[in-house]
Unconditional design. Sequence first.
Length: 303
Amino acid sequence: MSTIQEDIGKLKDKAKAVVLAHTYQPGEIQDIADYVGDSYGLSVEASKAKAEVILFCGVRFMAETAAILNPKSKVILPVRDAGCPMAEMITPDELLELKRQYPGYLVMCYVNSTAEIKALSDVCCTSSNAVAIANKLPKSKGIIFVPDRHLGSYVQEQTGRRMVMWDGFCPTHMRIDTNSIEKARREHPKAVMMIHPEAKKICRDLSDKVLSTGGMLEYARKSRHKEFIIATETGIIHALQKENPAKKFHPLSGLVLCPNMKKTTLEIVKSALEGKAGDVVKVPEEIASKAKGALKKMLDLSE
């Protein structure tokens, strides 16, 4: 263990802090975290964390979610400007207009969204539970899905629900294209290709398994296959390899990187625990109470 890792451990104990990290974070950050997971797993962990401080190594919407679900804890985002471009692709006014255009439709909101958008939604979802949640909503109701059109189209394919999709997308997953898929297939002909549902349909259709990040970890753990191509943000390969040392994992492309997820470093984590960096994330009560309703419904429907 390095000196900085030891320092972080001591600072965590002193602050009575827990460190949560997304699977897209750098490997060194995953290694010092108390819990590493996808958006759903992180939401569950945030809701039940007993720590006085939650240091959330991810992007702002994740820290907001933790602050909403666990208002008693102080939530710190180590990197102030670690945002999510997709979450910023829809504004509250745009969602309100969409609701006016489609009265009676339920709003299903991907957790990759701002607290204000969650507050205007009926239920949240993650990529791991979106299909299951859509299937549990009243069949007589149409669904407005925001903000990711690709995850929305995947949900519609799997459920046959009547849906309206907002025209948002993840810039990182948009770097997945048919050329990179075909190249990876040629280079690793025996590998199983796992792709995230935020990827375009044409790319999903060329893959073997469409899975959330948590789903990829579970499938790789249980699968008899020994070799995989990973068509999502490359940070997950650290967790995959750590859990499955005897198996091989190939990134689809070195270009599938989220720059915001890669901003966190051990030095920044240490500074944030010392109170010298980061941002204490707070959500106004009138927004938090409404957003919590949509998040809690997601958790309830996922049980």
